[in-house]
Design a protein around this ligand. Structure first.
Ligand SMILES: [Zn+2]
Length: 284
C-alpha cells in the first residue's frame, strides 16, 4: 500500500518531505503540508491526522461503491471534550450543503440516537428530493430522527442486528401518545394547564410526523402499506428506544439490504469508543 500524507490524506509520490515532530519521523506529500502540520497545536495535529485518515477511508468507500459519501455520525471526537450527541441544526446545514453540492449518487452513513425534529425533517426532505439515488448506511443504529431520515432514502443498507426505532415525537422527554391519552384518562379539571397545553402540542406534533412519514413513503410502497408502517412507527405502541431490526423493516416493505461495506467499520475505528452517549430513553 502506498503511503499517505498525514496532513492532507493524498498519496505521497516519490520521497515526500520528512520531518521529525515530537520525536516521530513523519512524512508529508509536500513542503506545504509539512509547514501546515508543524504550525498546529497538539490537538490540532491529532485532528488533522485523523481527518486525513478518514478522508482516505472515505475515498476508498467512494471508489468501491461509485458514490459520494456524506456522514452524520454522533460519537465523541478524540480531540473534543464534549459529545456531539444528537441531530441538531448544524447537522442539517452540513448535510443539506453537501447534498446540494453533490449531483451524484450519495451514501449517507448514519449513526445517531436522534435529536431535534425539525433538523431531522429537513434532512429527510433533502434526502428524498435529491436528484440522484441516496443510500442510507446504518452500521449500528439510527433511532428516532435518524429513522425518519432513513425512511427518505432510496435504499437502506444495514446489518441483521442494526436497528431503527419509532419516530413518535417526544415532548419534554414524554411520548406524544401518552400525553394525548392523558386527556382521556383523567377529568379535565384534574389535569394541569401545562399538561393540557403539552398534550395539544403532542397531538399536533404526532399528526405532523405521521404526514411526513406518509409523504416519505408514498413513492416507495402502496398507500395501504405506507399507512400500516406510519401507524407502527408513530402510534406509540412501543417505547421510544424499541429496536426495529432488519427483518421487521423488511417485512414492513422497506427497501433494506444486508451488508455494510467493510470501509465503514474502518471509519468507525477513527472515533473515540466508550464515552459516547447511547440511545437511551427508558432505563431499566
Ligand atoms: Zn499533503
Amino acid at each position: 500500500m502506498s503511503e499517505k500524507c498525514i496532513y492532507c490524506g493524498m498519496e505521497i509520490t516519490g520521497e515526500g518531505i520528512a520531518r521529525e515532530i515530537d520525536g516521530d519521523k513523519i512524512k508529508f506529500c509536500s513542503r506545504h503540508c509539512a509547514v501546515m502540520f508543524e504550525g498546529l497545536e497538539k490537538k490540532g495535529r491529532m485532528k488533522a491526522a485523523i481527518m486525513a485518515e478518514r478522508n482516505a477511508i472515505i475515498a476508498d468507500i467512494e471508489k468501491e461503491r461509485g458514490t459520494r459519501v456524506i456522514t452524520m455520525i454522533h460519537r465523541r471526537e478524540p480531540w473534543e471534550e464534549k459529545d456531539e450527541s444528537q441531530i441538531n441544526i448544524e447537522d442539517t446545514e452540513h448535510v443539506l450543503m453537501r447534498l446540494r453540492q453533490t449531483p451524484e449518487d450519495v451514501d449517507l452513513i448514519l449513526h445517531t440516537p436522534g435529536g431535534l425534529v425539525l433538523a431531522s425533517e429537513m434532512i429527510a426532505m433533502a434526502v428524498k428530493n435529491h436528484q440522484a439515488n441516496v443510500t442510507v448506511i446504518i452500521p449500528f443504529y439510527a433511532m428516532s430522527g435518524g429513522t425518519l431520515i432513513a425512511l427518505a432514502a432510496d435504499e437502506i443498507i444495514m446489518e441483521k442486528d442494526s436497528v431503527l426505532g419509532p419516530v413518535d415525537p417526544q415532548l419534554g422527554g414524554m411520548p406524544a401518545g401518552a400525553l394525548i391519552s392523558l386527556l382521556e384518562r383523567k377529568l379535565m379539571e384534574n389535569i394541569s394547564d401545562d399538561n393540557i397545553m403539552l398534550s395539544e402540542e403532542a397531538r399536533k406534533g404526532l399528526i405532523r410526523v405521521q404526514k411526513m412519514v406518509m409523504w416519505l413513503l408514498e413513492d416507495k410502497m402502496d398507500k395501504g402499506n405506507a399507512e400500516k408502517l406510519a401507524e407502527f412507527l408513530t402510534g406509540g405502541y412501543m417505547t421510544h428506544d424499541t429496536p426495529i431490526v432488519f427483518d421487521v423493516a423488511k417485512r414492513f416493505g422497506l427497501k433494506v439490504r444486508e451488508g455494510v461495506p467493510r470501509g465503514v467499520y474502518d471509519l468507525f475505528r477513527t472515533f473515540e469508543f466508550g464515552a459516547c452517549p447511547r440511545p437511551q430513553y427508558a432505563k431499566y
